[in-house]
Design a protein around this ligand. Structure first.
Ligand code: AMP
Ligand code: MG
Length: 342
């Protein structure tokens, strides 16, 4: 997860409806109040909307969400030396330490998604991400030896996780963790949980375009979200969401430019190479961590492989957009249409 940056990436998803203050709706609350705040967190722009019985509770719920983001950032950012992930990255092979329940949960879920995706998802891919970032800075493709040596230290099953003690052990020298493809989704779920505990009845939590919708808007209608067109300004689709999450991966604005060619920031851990012709992938799932992780997986798998894989995953709907501005192409899982709104 990056630290704060001066210029923020554009959001791929946009909240469409105006907030209606003090209207009936949102479940059974008679006259709910809405509070909304945008702030910079985890290197991107977040926007949190809380609906609660009164303004004070709604504001407290918004604060609870930002506290959750700060907690995740202080445990998992690799832009800070003092986080658990950075301390893990600094450990030599064979050494271990006990991490927080939050970090352990994220690493365990990562391993599960790695297994379920045949290794397309891998939080130990950081050495590869660094190799391609450096190649971008040098404006030179990495040589085959460097690529092979780096692939050799990547492998999710070399990260040993003991659920009883929450002890994490690095199995291989040079192993490095990057939770950039999962931590945002986890942070959204944690924020949703904390907001409900703080008294929010409904909420919309958006971090850089990945979002979780809790319940409905204050007027009782679903949260309406616009998905940014990957190749031009404007929206490609509008979604109506209630009690679910949505994440978009394959952001066209994040790439390494090497010898005049764009290389995706998402790598295929199996080959060590950036994914080619990365489509823009939008995933709707029951929670943030599922949407975030699988959006990354579907960026690595081909559309064909992804369509087959999605059939095995209940509650997950996917929209792929690829090609270019002149000839955009798309595919979606059959259930995706259920969320599309005019
Ligand atoms: P996302 O935007 O959620 O798809 O996450 C992309 C980020 O996750 C990248 O910027 C890398 O830091 C990291 N990453 C890249 N490729 C992978 C991969 N195959 N599995 C897990 N994390 C990855
Ligand atoms: Mg992701």
């Amino acid at each position: 997860m990056p630290a704060m940056h001066a210029s923020l990436p554009h959001s791929t998803l946009t909240f469409l409806a105006c907030i209606v203050l003090s209207t009936a709706g949102c479940g059974k609350q008679p006259q709910p109040a809405t509070a909304r705040q945008a702030r910079e967190v985890m290197g991107t722009l977040a926007e949190v909307t809380a609906v609660a019985a009164d303004q004070t509770t709604a504001r407290a719920a918004v604060e609870a969400a930002y506290a959750a983001f700060e907690q995740v950032n202080s445990l998992m950012s690799d832009y800070r030396d003092d986080t658990e992930i950075s301390r893990l990255n600094a450990l030599p092979a064979g050494e271990s330490f006990v991490v927080s329940p939050e970090t352990f949960f994220v690493l365990q879920r990562s391993a599960e998604v790695s297994q379920a995706s045949g290794g397309a998802f891998d939080v130990t891919c950081r050495p590869l991400v660094s190799l391609w970032k450096q190649a971008g800075k040098d404006n030179r493709l990495p040589d085959q030896a460097a690529l092979s040596n780096t692939v050799a230290v990547v492998g999710w099953d070399n990260l040993k996780l003991d659920p009883q003690s929450r002890r994490v052990t690095k199995g291989v020298a040079g192993m490095q963790i990057d939770v950039g493809a999962i931590a945002k989704g986890y942070a959204l779920d944690l924020a949703a949980e904390r907001m409900k505990a703080a008294g929010a009845t409904c909420a919309l939590i958006d971090v850089g375009g990945d979002l979780v919708a809790v319940g409905t808007q204050a007027n009782g209608g679903p949260w309406r979200i616009g998905v940014q067109h990957p190749f031009q300004s404007g929206l490609i689709i509008k979604l109506a969401l209630t009690d679910c999450a949505v994440a978009t991966s394959g952001n066209q604005q994040r790439f390494n430019l090497i010898e005049g060619r764009r290389y995706s920031h998402i790598v295929d851990p199996r080959t060590g190479r950036p994914v080619q012709q990365a489509p823009s992938v939008t995933v709707i799932a029951p929670d943030g961590i599922t949407a975030d992780t699988w959006a990354t997986v579907f960026s690595v798998l081909s559309v064909q492989e992804g369509l087959a894989k999605a059939k095995e995953l209940p509650g997950i709907e996917v929209l792929w957009i690829w090609g270019d501005a002149d000839q955009p192409q798309s595919a979606k899982t059959p259930g995706f249409d259920h969320y599309i709104t005019p």
